[in-house]
Ligand binder design. Sequence first.
Ligand SMILES: Nc1nc2c(ncn2[C@@H]2O[C@H](COP(=O)(O)OP(=O)(O)OP(=O)(O)O)[C@@H](O)[C@H]2O)c(=O)[nH]1
Ligand SMILES: [Mg+2]
Length: 349
Amino acid sequence: MNNQVNVMVLGQSGVGKSSLINYLADKEVCEVGTGSPVTQRGKFQKVTFPSPNNSDVSINVYDSWGLESNKTDDWKKVIDEKLLSTLSFDKMISGIVYCMSYQSDRIQDFELDYLKDLLSYGYEVIVVLTQADNSGYETKKTVYRERLEKGLPEEQRKYVVVDVCAEAHAKPWQAPIEPFGRDKLLDELQNSTFYNFNKVFHSQLKKWRSSAQEKIQKFETECIESAKRTNFEDKMEISGLKDLVSNRAKALAKSFTDEVKAVVTDASEYYELIEDAFAKPKNNAPAPDTILSKIGQIFDKIANLFGGGVTLKNIEEFNRHLEETSNRLDDLISTMFEEIDDNLHERLG
Ligand SMILES: Nc1nc2c(ncn2[C@@H]2O[C@H](COP(=O)(O)OP(=O)(O)OP(=O)(O)O)[C@@H](O)[C@H]2O)c(=O)[nH]1
Ligand SMILES: [Mg+2]
């Protein structure tokens, strides 16, 4: 896995996306301009700089070209592809920053629509209100926040708002202004990285769960087929059937363990990386890999489900046994999901 955390910066042309990235990186990594759009249409400019907290970790920022009111469709398409193709941790977009400027008159409808779309993916979005050195800042601060609150449906309000002044341009008659908002933005990037990580971790496990359910179904069908060919009058044949089923169950449990281990190991590695990138001090709960041993125990139980003590007299009884076992298997997998959820809650607070 690469030592990289990915952040995407979106917003209309000229709102100060590239300036914001330079401010975040604390050096000039992006071209900044006035007038016509600087960042080329249809392209993300990827810039990389070391994490402010740990130079071993790089922060990749995808600086987008500006959103325009009548051309949101192409924008959506490219960004959708980026966001939806992020089911692996090292490619996942940890932070989505949507910029709107205090220099504009108001928040436009098409921007709210676009934000709704973004939020509908379930990712957390950081709304950065840029150019906060603007003279209208004190008034617009409340107005913009209210507009967001009213414009976005309640169930989708998984966003935070941060005011940033990336470049202070005080007028000659004004008191000098210092850039501000960097620490708050880094803090929110950290929070949303953990939030978005949690979301990706869950979708990976869900994906695993549906593939596991398919395997269980296939296993059941195979077992039933074997049972149909078994003569239940014959003790040898019954014991042969039991062996076969128990061996298959063991193999199934082993493949489940391996698969879940791979997901959890990846998640743990990435978790350490994002901790390194942002050095979250309050985050000292157990790592996701501590759940691995519990998961191991669960899968051992799966393998033992078909164990001894069962006398199989006929195919009906066998089917009943199989059904019971499948239900218990499902319970065990649900328990595993609860364990993972508890662990994440404990960790993410
Ligand atoms: N006053 C003030 N001006 C800023 C601030 N941030 C950026 N600017 C200016 O706003 C203009 C646009 O900034 P960019 O960073 O190029 O904007 P952008 O969103 O990347 O624009 P595109 O690449 O065209 O989409 C530049 O002239 C910047 O100097 C700020 O915090 N305060
Ligand atoms: Mg730009």
